[in-house]
Design a protein around this ligand. Structure first.
Ligand code: 3PG
Length: 312
């Protein structure tokens, strides 16, 4: 059996695949426009954020599973895969801790303005007066929208920081020490910090719009490590400029598909907005766990014909 890995993937896990008789084609720099040329007779395509479009799926003469080595699979044309009888699978929960760690980092960064501190220092500017004005996050209320694998990891960490945690989700998990709200608007109005952990789908597209942003307390923080589509970026910029909202996002509209190069975004150079490089899942620990699960999906299919973590 053959796998096309069209994204960065740890070497030791490639080795495990080979030792188990899997033929590996490793094209880490393949992108949406040339993926179709590499698929050929591979049974599996493995990607992180590389876009798998209909052309790539149609090009696979032997394709059985497209594996999203990560959580969100909105970069895969699931409809085209389903129409062709190709399974789509992901690795849920395997990078949750890494994303939660980044979300906590972004909260503290906004409160203490760490990136601005560093930027000024590197420009030879000393401003202890300005940067001493942080509020602190102890005792503040964190509203988690989407209390799944990642949301639960954030809840634990926020509680360790002394925050009160409230959550909004259709599925309510008992015993994690958080209060649930049945009304997202009430949760937003009650929160000092809001963190988004919902998938990109038609229901969540543009969900965080002018109306929801308008419910946030003055000076409240919005963290988005989920997907760019969830936030209306124009409304966010307006809320930051006019209502004193602070925002830190790891995802934004027009994110480059590749791992390096130029970037342009409406969110650049706005006081009160920090943007990181979609690095939520990018720790060695998380990528190791994700790769291990990916290998498990491939070997399970090879040995039993079963598709683990199938989403379609
Ligand atoms: C995910 O959906 O798993 C995360 O957004 C990580 O995406 P990445 O693997 O492309 O960094």
């Amino acid at each position: 059996m053959k796998v096309l890995i069209a994204d960065k993937f740890p070497e030791n896990h490639i080795q495990t695949l080979k030792e188990n008789g899997i033929d590996v084609v490793y094209e880490a720099k393949a992108g949406e426009n040339d993926l179709a040329n590499f698929v050929k007779d591979a049974e599996f395509i493995v990607v992180r954020s590389t876009v798998v479009n209909q052309a790539a799926i149609d090009a696979g003469s032997n394709l059985k599973i497209v594996i999203r080595a990560g959580s969100g699979y909105n970069n895969i044309d699931v409809k085209a895969a389903s129409a062709k009888g190709v399974a789509v699978a992901n690795t849920p929960g395997k990078n949750s801790i890494a994303v939660a760690e980044l979300a906590m980092g972004l909260i503290v960064s906004l409160d203490r303005r760490i990136p601005d501190n560093v930027k000024d220092f590197n420009c030879s500017v000393w401003n202890k007066a300005k940067y001493s004005k942080a509020e602190g996050i102890f005792g503040k209320t964190l509203g988690i929208i989407g209390v799944g694998n990642i949301g639960k990891e954030i809840a634990k960490r926020a509680q360790a920081f002394g925050m009160k945690v409230i959550g909004y989700d259709v599925i309510k998990t008992e015993g994690i020490g958080i209060e649930y709200s049945d009304n997202v608007e009430k949760l937003i109005a009650a929160s000092d910090v809001i963190t988004l952990h919902v998938p990109a789908n038609p229901q969540t597209k543009g969900m965080f719009d002018e109306k929801l942003l308008g419910l946030m307390k003055k000076g409240a923080m919005l963290i988005n490590t989920s997907r760019a589509d969830v936030i209306d970026e124009d409304a966010l910029i307006k809320a930051v400029k006019e209502n004193g909202i602070l925002a830190a996002v790891d995802v934004f509209k027009g994110e480059p598909e590749g791992k390096d190069g130029a970037v342009t975004s409406k969110l650049q150079n706005i006081d009160g907005i920090y943007v990181t490089h979609h690095i939520g899942a990018s720790t060695e620990q998380a990528q190791d766990a994700v790769a291990e699960e990916t290998v498990k999906i491939i070997l399970e299919f090879k040995n039993t014909g079963k598709v683990l973590n199938k989403v379609n």
